[in-house]
Design a protein around this ligand. Sequence first.
Ligand SMILES: [Zn+2]
Length: 197
Amino acid sequence: MADLGYPYKRLNVPKEWLPINGKLPSEALAKLSCGGTGWFDVNHCGGFVFACNVMYDDARKAGITLKAVSEGYRSYARQEALFYDRYSDRPTGRKPEITRYFNGGKWYLKVGKSPSATPGYSPHGWGVAQDFDVNNGDVFTWLRANAPKYGLYLQGPPAYLATGPNPEYEPWHWQLSEPLNPTRLVKRRWRQFKELL
Ligand SMILES: [Zn+2]
C-alpha cells in the first residue's frame, strides 16, 4: 500500500486573532456535524465549520463516519483548567521534559497526561481544530489521504525521539492551517451552498 504520509502544517492565524483565543462570541460559533462546535464565518466560506462539515459529508459518502472526541471550540477558562490538570511547575525528572511557558513561569507535563497548548494559544481556542476518534484505522487512513483537501492538517509528524515516540504527536487532532484562505474545494462547495439558499 502506498505510504500516505502524515500531512501536517502549522496554523497561521492573523495577529488580530491573538487576543480572542478562547473568547469567541456565540455568533461566531456553529455546530459541527461530527459533534462539538467550531468557528463559523460567512466572510471566509463558513470558516472551520463549513470546511469540517463538507469533509464530514464526503467521508460519509466514502463509508467513513467522523466522530468528535472533544468539544472542538474551547473557552479560555476550559483550556486553563485543562492546562493546570496536565502541567505542574515542578520538574518530573522525565527526559526530555515536555514544557510550556505560562504566567511568567516554566511548566512541566505530568507523567501519564497528554500535552495541551498553553492557554491563549490552542487552535481549539480559535475554533479551528477538532479531535476525531481515530481508533479505527480506516478513519485515520481516510483523514491522512483527504483532510488537506479541506485545509485540515495534523500539528506535526509522528517523529521518534531518542527516548521513544514523540509525546507531542496527536493523530486525533486535525486543524485548519489557513483559516482565512479556504481551499479551492471548500470555496467551490461554499458557492454551491450559497446558490441553494
Ligand atoms: Zn486537539
